[in-house]
Design a protein around this ligand. Structure first.
Ligand code: G6P
Length: 609
């Protein structure tokens, strides 16, 4: 989703801004722009399409300056056009970049038009720059003007504002959209994600909700939501961003699929010891909190929601704890009942997804016993705002379609199952079984990747298809959902997932020889039930692709292609079966020639509603 980079320095900053944008490309965007301050005043350059096109335009025009702001836009208000791309200007004096959505933009627009301002875009953002321009008339300086302007904004914003008459000064404001300040020596930077600034600094200050900050080359001054000046702790980032990036792989997604054994190993390291799961992986107070937990409410979006759905099967079966799972955008807008002793669990790769974060904030007002996040970014809002946090160690995930974040989330959630089970007095044998199964997982994942070539060949059969159906049962049902999500995200083939038992209640009507049916076969007592569902498809002329434990005794024939998966303890089977489905969607997308790492219309981190 939208990305922000800003810089004020003694050197020219265009390259820093453009490199920052390039590093944020993975988040998904449709246009990009830059504005710099130099002797000529404010200069702006915007392009629809890739950052590369903006970079080329910058090289051709030579536009540069000692302070600047830059942005990648993911359209919300107004189409994908150069006029709607950021930065937006007011009277060639104020320049603004903005992430988020200004909800009262229509009334502000009318008000500002009444004051004589002309709007050049259809965006909600443009109201910010005219508003700041208007406030400057009475507030005297940029900082005070921004402070006054943000009081009038409703909605979410992470914004950076520059004034042509106050060179080298950037004012930033955060409410609902993350912003980080990068500290340099005699230069300072701003970004929506620290990844953008790693070439220039490793020292960061995270702005908190309601903060407004003044950033110059020499100083950073922060004011909280009450207007009081505050000190915010600087942290040293250890995040790795390998700009060479893809290594031997053609896409980040393929690299990240292949990184899963090591990502899971890193996630387990020091936390699974013999037959034991280390409780401190969840935070200092985990042991005391877990003893009080009688119910778990999971809230998440997208792939993370699917991880939550798998966890529900596990929690109820192995930990004896009841569990609900809900999509965050639904949870946050309905009245829900909070069971006594409930733990609110958010699952998020980024820790910044707007709906999940809003759900967490809502839950904190509803009487949950505690909140826990399973998250991949230590510095994220969700980690900072939750009582407990389990950090997955997937490393930076660049491909928009989530892969290694999902499998590491599942590993973390399985540890949570063991921990809650133990706190609930479940037999120690369950913890031991989970610990041993998890310890075996990295090598099993490596084995699962060995079938890459078989999947690559299989992908040929999907390339001319418009629709597909994924089936699973039990804890493999969410894996079927995740498989369908991957296929539609990156190959644009319509993919639906059903619990196989529901087939006869509708989807059977879709079955014919042109509709591939992908089946994820469980390795448990549901296997026989699933085999009956497979027969229902076969009887209607369906063509099936069955991913099954080699001991499940499925045989390939004219209508059924069986892909054998290594035998594992059924408890970790959902994690293992995820990999071939990821590979299938990847190779189908390759044949279809889509943009695998940045699929159309999608964003990596969805920081607006
Ligand atoms: C976007 C991404 C998905 C991700 C979802 C939730 O839709 O494209 O890959 O699963 O957001 O993101 P989160 O960071 O909260 O896991």
């Amino acid at each position: 989703m939208c990305g922000i980079v800003g810089a004020t320095a003694e050197r020219r900053v265009a390259d820093i801004l453009l490199e920052g944008l390039r590093r944020l490309e993975y988040r998904g965007y449709d246009s990009a722009g830059i504005a710099v301050l130099n002797d000529k005043g404010l200069e702006q350059l915007r392009r629809v399409g890739k950052v590369q096109e903006l970079t080329q335009a910058q090289a051709e025009t030579g536009i540069n300056g000692f302070a600047g702001i830059a942005h990648t836009r993911w359209a919300t208000h107004g189409g994908v056009t150069e006029a709607n791309a950021h930065p937006h200007l007011s009277s060639n004096r104020i320049a603004v970049v903005h992430n988020g959505i200004i909800e009262n933009h229509e009334s502000l627009r009318k008000e500002l038009q009444g004051l004589g301002y002309t709007f050049n875009s259809d965006t909600d953002t443009e109201v910010i720059c005219h508003l700041v321009h208007e406030e400057l008339k009475t507030q005297g300086n940029l900082l005070n003007a921004v402070k006054a302007a943000v009081k009038k904004l409703e909605g979410a914003y992470g914004t950076v504002i520059m004034d042509q008459q106050d060179p080298g000064h950037l004012v930033v404001a955060r409410s609902g959209s993350p912003l980080v300040i990068g500290l340099g020596i005699g230069e300072n930077f701003i970004a929506s994600d620290q990844l953008a600034l790693l070439p220039v600094t490793r020292n960061f200050i995270y702005l908190e909700e309601g903060d407004v900050a003044s950033v110059t080359r020499e100083a950073v001054t922060i004011f909280d939501h009450t207007g009081a000046q505050v000190e915010r702790e600087a942290i040293v980032s250890e995040l790795q961003y390998d700009a060479g990036g893809k290594g031997e792989y053609r896409h980040f997604m393929l690299k990240e699929i292949h990184e899963q054994p090591i990502a899971v190993r890193n996630t387990l390291e020091g936390r699974v010891n013999g037959d034991k799961i280390a409780l401190d992986a969840f935070g200092e107070d985990a042991e005391a909190i877990f003893r009080d937990i009688r119910h778990v409410q999971i809230v998440a979006c997208g792939t993370s929601y699917h991880a939550g759905m798998v966890a529900r099967y596990w929690l109820e079966e192995y930990a004896g704890v009841s569990c609900n799972v809900e999509i965050a955008s639904e949870f946050r807008y309905r009245k829900s009942h909070v069971f006594p002793g409930s733990l609110l669990v958010t699952i998020s790769q980024s820790g910044e997804t707007a709906d999940t974060l809003a759900a967490l904030r809502l839950a904190k007002t509803l009487g949950y016993r505690s909140t826990l996040t399973v998250c991949n970014v230590a510095s994220s809002s969700m980690v900072r705002e939750s009582d407990l946090a389990f950090l997955t160690k997937a490393g930076a995930e660049i491909g928009v379609a989530s892969t290694k974040a999902f499998t590491t989330q599942l590993a973390g959630l399985l540890m949570l199952v063991a921990a809650l089970g133990k706190a609930n007095g479940v037999d120690a044998a369950v913890e031991a079984r989970i610990a041993r199964a998890l310890a075996s997982l990295p090598s099993k994942l490596e084995e699962a990747l060995a079938i890459t070539q078989e999947i690559e060949e299989l992908a040929e059969e999907f390339a001319d298809k418009d629709h597909s159906l994924f089936l699973g049962r039990g804890d493999q049902y969410p894996i079927a959902m995740e498989g369908a999500l991957k296929l539609k995200e990156i190959s644009y083939i319509h993919a639906e997932a059903y619990a196989a038992g529901e087939l006869k209640h509708g989807p059977l009507a879709l079955i014919d020889a042109y509709m591939p049916v992908i089946v994820v076969a469980p390795n448990n007592e549901l296997l026989e039930k699933l085999k009956s569902n497979v027969e229902e498809v076969r009887a209607r002329g369906g063509i099936m692709y069955v991913f099954a434990d080699r001991d499940a005794h499925f045989e390939s024939d004219d209508t059924m292609h069986v892909i054998n998966i290594a035998h594992v303890d059924e408890i970790i089977a959902p994690i293992l079966y995820t990999l071939p489905l990821q590979l299938l969607s990847y190779y189908v997308a390759i044949i279809k020639g889509t943009d695998v790492d940045q699929p159309r219309n999608l964003a990596k981190s969805v920081t607006v509603e």
